[in-house]
Design a protein around this ligand. Structure first.
Ligand code: CAA
Length: 291
C-alpha cells in the first residue's frame, strides 16, 4: 500500500462520479478513505463497498484488489456490520482484471507472485454475507468477482461474460469453475469457448443471479432491502448459514448434511438460539445479542 497515496486528502483523490443513492452516511468503520473504492454504511448493520475506478470501467488492478480486501476485512471484523453490499457503478460492476497491468507479465512473475490469488481472500476470510449488486459490464474478472459473492443481484441489462479467450488466455479467478457449477457444463463451455456475453435476464434465468431488476435504482434498493433483512437477524446464525450453504459446494451430499447437523447442534450453545426460540414462544420480537 502506498502510504503517501493513503494520506492524500480524500477530496483530491475522488474523480468526478455520482454516488449511488444508497451511499448516505459514514461511521467509524467506513471513515478510512481509499483511492479505488467508496465505503459506506447505508443502513444500520449494512456495509457497502463501491468499486470506484470510473475511467477504466472499474478494471481490477492489483491496488484496487488490495484495497477491496482491506475494506472487506474491516467490515468482517466490525461489531456493527452484519451484511455487505459489493457494487460498482451503473455502467460497470467491473470490466475484468486490468489488461494493461497483465499484458507484460511473464509466467515466472505471475507464478512467483501468485498473481490473482489474493482475489480469493474474499471467499475464504470474509465470514459475513456479501451481496453483489451488478449493473453494466461484469466481464472476465468482474464476472468472477460477482460470482464469488454469496448472493448475486443484477439489472436485466447487466452485461456478463468470460471473454478471456479473445485475449489469448482463460478465466483466472474461478470463472471456469463457478460459472460451470452455476449454469451447467454445456452453457459454461459455450460461453467460455466463444467469449460471448450474456445478459442479466439470462443470469437470473440460468440461476447465476438470484434476481434481475428492471433498473439500476431498483437493483440498489433490492440489494439494500435484502442486506437489511439479513442484518436484522442474529449475526451468529447468519454467519453459520453462510458457512453451511457454502459447504454444499465442496462436500458430497452425505458429508454436507453431517456438517450441517454439527453446525446446527453447535448453535444450541449460542445465546441467540435461546433468544430466538423464547421470543417465538412468547410472541415477542427477538432482541439478538449476537452471541
Ligand atoms: N483492463 C484495463 N483497462 C480497461 C479494461 C480492462 N479490463 N476494460 C476497459 N478498460 C479501459 C479501456 O482501456 C479504456 O481506457 P482508455 O480510455 O484509457 O483507452 C476505458 O476503460 C474505456 O474502455 P473502452 O474505450 O473500451 O469503452 P467501451 O465502452 O468501448 O467498451 C468494454 C467497454 C466492453 C467494457 C471494453 O472496454 C472491454 O471489452 N473491456 C475489456 C473486457 C475484458 O476483456 N475483460 C477480461 C479481462 S481478462 C481477465 O479478467 C482475466 C481474469 O480472468 C482474471
Amino acid at each position: 500500500m502506498n502510504t503517501l497515496r493513503t494520506l492524500r486528502p480524500l477530496a483530491s483523490r475522488l474523480q468526478p462520479y455520482t454516488l449511488p443513492r444508497t451511499v448516505r452516511q459514514f461511521s467509524a468503520t467506513s471513515s478510512r478513505s481509499y483511492e479505488y473504492l467508496l465505503v459506506s454504511e447505508p443502513k444500520p448493520g449494512v456495509g457497502q463497498v463501491t468499486l470506484n475506478r470510473p475511467k477504466a470501467y472499474n478494471a481490477l488492478c492489483t491496488p484496487l484488489i488490495d484495497e477491496l480486501n482491506q475494506a472487506l476485512d474491516a467490515f468482517n471484523t466490525s461489531d456493527s456490520i452484519s451484511a455487505i453490499i459489493l457494487t460498482g457503478s451503473e455502467k460497470a460492476f467491473a470490466a475484468g482484471a486490468d489488461i494493461k497491468e497483465m499484458a507484460p507479465l511473464t509466467f515466472s512473475e505471475a507464478y512467483k507472485t501468485s498473481f490473482i490469488e489474493s482475489w480469493s481472500r474474499l471467499t475464504t476470510s470474509v465470514k459475513k454475507p456479501i451481496i453483489a449488486a451488478v449493473s453494466g459490464h461484469a466481464l472476465g474478472g468482474g464476472c468472477e468477482l460477482a460470482m464469488m459473492a454469496d448472493i448475486l443481484y443484477c439489472t436485466e441489462r447487466a452485461n456478463f461474460g468470460q471473454p478471456e479467450v479473445k485475449l489469448g488466455t482463460v478465466p483466472g479467478a474461478g470463472g471456469s469453475q463457478r460459472l460451470t457449477r452455476a449454469v451447467g457444463k454445456a452453457r459454461a463451455m459455450e460461453l467460455i469457448l466463444t467469449g460471448n456475453n450474456f445478459s442479466g435476464v439470462d443470469a437470473a434465468n440460468w440461476g447465476l443471479a438470484a434476481k434481475a431488476f428492471p433498473t439500476y435504482e431498483a437493483l440498489m434498493e433490492g440489494a439494500l432491502k435484502t442486506a437489511e433483512t439479513i442484518a436484522g437477524y442474529s449475526r451468529v446464525a447468519v454467519m453459520a448459514a453462510k458457512e453451511v450453504v457454502n459447504k454444499s459446494q465442496d462436500l458430497s451430499l452425505r458429508d454436507g448434511v453431517e456438517y450441517e447437523r454439527r453446525v446446527f447442534h453447535s448453535l444450541f450453545g449460542s445465546q441467540d438460539q435461546k433468544v430466538g426460540m423464547k421470543a417465538f414462544a412468547e410472541k415477542k420480537k427477538p432482541e439478538w445479542t449476537h452471541e
